[in-house]
Design a binder for this molecule. Structure first.
Ligand SMILES: Cc1cc2nc3c(=O)[nH]c(=O)nc-3n(C[C@H](O)[C@H](O)[C@H](O)COP(=O)(O)O)c2cc1C
Length: 319
């Protein structure tokens, strides 16, 4: 079978299947279905400095081939997260990517400091797809200078041995420009995509279906958008690894992201309907690579960007 190991900058993973932030909390619930240490890594729900109760209910609405959520970064705050969730993940031997979110640059910096040197933290995902309270709520990742400021400050504050990945929103005109700005500011890689901003109206109550009015669209409906973003970012910053996500629910979905340039993938919404989806997707991806003659996952990363002659030459060597 294909060698499934991969790397996200200096972080080495035995396989490329991770959870997606916010879709598996800190992994405890998934622990009933499989050993979380078997995942490439657990990506935790974005954590902020203070405990937060999130946005008003209802917080979820079904949509064709997807769902809309407005959870609003509910969470226990960094101190409780480190004492309970991170400690539990460490006990399980799970590789852990901690997602951090802040309302201003200083909050991101303080979060990075609190995580400095913690043995359970393999990587930090910086969720810049959240509102900047100092800029009338404009999402950091929609603005080149706000993205650069946060990523540069986190890179300086975080443990230099821990890679930091910037998590980008697809709700921009040119995602390549944002990705390049993050790369220039010290990001070690890019996670994409976060949800797309959407709205559902309840036609019986004549109001938005979600308490928070708008919400983030996820699931299979966004997969072509996510793949397009991975493709464009791979071309904009070919030297940086990509953690791809958006509507992945099978091994062949994951393979599309790998071929488009992702070094690993996160599985989010699929977990709500099938908690063991990450392990199934891993087995399906392994079989799909094998069937196509790839001896190693790493040979398939970005393969769809090669021209026909290069593809042919590589396949001949691989098979
Ligand atoms: C209920 C829910 C909560 C989420 N919470 C977060 C979060 O806290 N931080 C974050 O960076 N992304 C969050 N996301 C976005 C996912 O991590 C992922 O980027 C997105 O859902 C696309 O992947 P999917 O289609 O496989 O779910 C959340 C998504 C969902 C559905």
């Amino acid at each position: 079978m294909a060698d499934m190991s991969t790397t996200l900058s200096s972080f080495r993973l035995p396989n490329p299947i991770l959870t997606a932030s916010g879709c598996a909390a800190a992994g405890r619930e998934l622990g009933q279905f499989f050993d979380v240490a078997e995942l490439g890594a657990v990506v935790t729900k974005s954590i902020m400095m203070q405990p937060r109760s999130g946005r008003p209910t209802p917080r979820m609405a079904e949509t064709p081939s997807g769902m809309l959520n407005s959870i609003g970064l509910q969470g226990p705050g960094i101190d409780s997260f480190i004492a309970n969730d991170l400690a539990w993940l460490h006990e399980q031997g799970a590789r852990t990517v901690v997602s951090i979110a802040g309302g201003q640059t200083d909050e991101f910096v303080e979060l990075a400091r609190r995580l400095y040197g913690h043995p359970a933290v393999s990587m930090i995902e910086v969720n810049i797809s959240c509102p900047n309270v100092e800029s009338r709520g404009q999402v950091f990742a929609c603005d080149v200078s706000a993205s650069s400021r946060v990523i540069g400050a986190v890179r300086r504050a975080a443990d230099p041995n821990v890679p930091i990945f910037a998590k980008l929103t697809p709700d921009v005109t040119d995602i390549g420009t944002i990705a390049r700005a993050c790369a220039d500011s010290g990001a070690d890689g890019l996670s994409l995509i976060n949800t797309l901003l959407g709205l559902v109206i309840d036609v019986d109550r004549f109001t938005p279906a979600l308490g928070g009015v708008t919400g983030g669209l996820s699931g299979p409906a966004i997969r072509p958008v996510a793949l397009r973003c991975v493709w464009q970012v791979r071309q904009a910053v070919p030297h940086l690894p990509i953690l791809g996500m958006g509507g992945i629910s099978s091994g062949l979905d994951a393979l599309q992201f790998i071929l488009a340039g992702a070094s690993a993938v996160s599985v989010g919404t699929a977990v709500f309907g099938d908690p063991s989806a990450p392990m199934r997707i891993l087995a399906e991806l392994e079989a799909a690579l094998d069937e196509r003659g790839f001896a190693a996952l790493s040979d398939a990363i970005g393969f769809a960007h090669l021209d026909a002659d290069e593809r042919q030459a590589r396949m001949t060597v691989t098979v």
